[in-house]
Ligand binder design. Structure first.
Ligand code: CTP
Ligand code: CA
Length: 229
């Protein structure tokens, strides 16, 4: 691993990374969440550290070791992640939003365990869109200079990812067809396509999540110098 550290291209930069799922409680023992190991997000944190960045890693519930040198903030729900991201993004140069945020949460979380055996109907309500909130605040705050989102798709990869890039006001989106072999959840490899706000599309081959992270950080370094931020 290239330990560029203090002399790296992100020296003096603050990078906020989100990783893993969020868990939305149904009762004290059950939750609704997306599938996510957090591996791609943790690899991004490591790649940013290797380039000399100061890294804040906002992690949902995952079973991974904190990369040495990162400041880790553990969160549970989408609302908790939103609070942490919005607070940390104000002073961040870069936001890498790799988390698989739950899209819905139970309208009420029951205080006691629901007992098995009876029928159960849950009312679900949408969670807050964390990324859209960051992009909206950027207009007045001026930061983060570079906002990177991820798109987990099962069909129409490029169209769906491009629509998210525009709707959320991103600089770069990492499009991921999660049905592809080697690109799913919990594996150590990934196959992604990078799409930037100018419409440049760069498909990457199947490679390790560490290598994907390297490629994304190289693009982030280029975008940072392009924005003059
Ligand atoms: N995201 C977010 N807040 C949410 C949901 C998603 O900030 N409540 C972020 C994700 O971290 C990711 C990007 O938005 O960087 C796209 O997430 P994705 O799940 O692919 O898209 P959604 O906008 O949630 O749309 P859908 O799941 O319906 O395809
Ligand atoms: Ca989603």
């Amino acid at each position: 691993r290239r330990a560029l550290g203090r002399n790296g291209p992100l020296a003096g930069r603050r990078v906020v990374v989100t990783a893993g799922p969020t868990y939305e409680p149904i009762d004290p023992v059950r939750f609704i969440g997306n599938r996510s190991s957090g591996k791609q997000g943790f690899a991004l944190a490591q790649a940013a550290l290797d380039r000399g960045a100061e890294v804040v890693l906002i992690a949902g519930p995952v079973a991974l070791e904190t990369p040495i040198g990162a400041r880790r903030i553990d969160v549970g729900t989408a609302a908790e992640m939103a609070e942490a991201v919005w607070r940390e993004a104000e002073a961040a140069d870069v936001l890498l939003m790799a988390a698989a945020v739950a899209d819905y949460r139970p309208a009420q979380s029951r205080p006691f365990k629901i007992k098995r055996g009876e029928g159960l109907t849950l009312e679900l309500i949408p969670t807050v869109d964390i990324l859209a909130g960051v992009a909206a605040r950027r207009a007045s705050a001026g930061k983060p200079h570079v906002i990177v989102g991820f798109a987990a798709e099962t069909r129409d990869l490029l169209e769906n990812a491009q629509a998210k890039l525009q709707a959320k006001g991103l600089d770069l989106i990492v499009a991921n067809d999660v049905t592809e072999p080697g690109a799913g959840f919990a594996v150590d490899t990934n196959r992604v396509t990078l799409i930037d706000a100018r419409g440049r599309i760069e498909p990457l081959p199947l490679m390790s999540k560490a290598a994907v992270a390297e490629a994304i950080l190289d693009r982030v370094v280029a975008l940072l110098s392009a924005t003059g931020g």
